[in-house]
Design a protein. Sequence first.
Length: 172
Amino acid sequence: MVLRLLICLISLLALDAAAQHCPPLPDPSAWKQAEDFRRSRDSVEKVLGWLCRSPFSEHRLKRSEANACVLLWIAGATDLRVEVDTRVLPFVQEDEELLYSVIHGMALYQMRHPRETDPVRLHAEGIAVLAALASQSETLSEAKYMREVLRAWRRERIEDYVREQISEARRH
């Protein structure tokens, strides 16, 4: 009985450790034409998924490399267009790096839902990724500038949050 429990625990830890590793990064120097970007789509999607799940505090160097890689891919891919309205992201004024997670979340959602064009929905998906990651960070989960976002995320009201930010931006 104890041996089975120990084997299960080791298996779970091994699965968790495997889930934490970044998938192989595609080679950006191979991206010359639209077809090159299309061929890398699956691997970029896996890397984006990893970036959207992996806590900020872990694998910092790999996160930075992966971020640079996917941003280059997003910039050059002709069948994906990530349009970020920073008016709905007031927290970016406090920490510009938070923008990356929003872009990752928006891009991943668009890759998985290519027909979705609603900017509120797309921004909500990006902000939800950021909120999930921020909730795992002691610093960000306690930051004043993240309170509204985290509150909306916990209450499952991210789309309402985005609409409010758009309305507020239009008033100014």
